[in-house]
Design a protein around this ligand. Structure first.
Ligand code: T46
Length: 149
């Protein structure tokens, strides 16, 4: 089991990493496991999920000031683009035993949801609209204020 990793004060897209979850297969099927502060580098306080996403819709389009998140493509597939204001990366989530860890201060959006796809999200805190940066320019300015963009 992996140890929680220390995340730098101002994360970059290099800190967004795919994490493979321990999986137990048997003749009945498979079971994948996520435990708080074990497979993911934060204490889990909230679970939510996106489903029945409209064809062509983009979700996200924001960053979080303090929130850590772990996204899993439980079913189907979708793309996640992450940006630190200087660099960006895009990954497709399409396997239920692999998730993407996103630290605070990283812009993200999700698109190309396949029909019937489900995006599960584990988060380090309860919902708080004040934790969102929903304007890209404000996000870049906040990063500059905190260090480097
Ligand atoms: C994120 C991506 C991956 C709540 O009331 N409680 C909640 O826990 C959440 C997540 C949302 N809401 C409300 C806030 C909005 O009125 O649900 C509405 C839709 O939220 P939003 O437009 O932020 O949804 P997405 O899919 O664009 O983003 C969500 C998360 O908000 C966000 O943290 O990183 O999923």
């Amino acid at each position: 089991m992996s140890e929680p990793v220390r995340v730098p004060a101002l994360a970059t897209v290099e800190d967004c990493r795919l994490i493979e979850l321990p999986t137990v297969p048997d003749p009945r099927g498979k079971l994948s496991i996520v435990e708080s502060a074990r497979q993911v580098p934060f204490e889990i306080k909230r679970f939510y999920y996106l489903y029945e996403v409209s064809a062509g819709a983009t979700r996200g389009g924001h960053a979080h000031l303090r929130l850590h998140q772990f996204l899993i493509g439980i079913s189907g597939s979708f793309d996640v683009r992450v940006s630190d204001g200087a660099s960006e990366r895009q990954v497709m989530l399409n396997r239920p035993h692999i998730g993407l860890y996103i630290p605070p201060m990283i812009w993200r959006d999700m698109s190309n949801f396949s029909s019937g796809s489900v995006c599960a999200v584990l988060a380090s805190d309860f919902y708080d609209e004040d934790d969102y940066l929903r304007e890209y320019d404000a996000f870049v300015a906040a990063r500059r204020g905190a260090g480097t963009a």
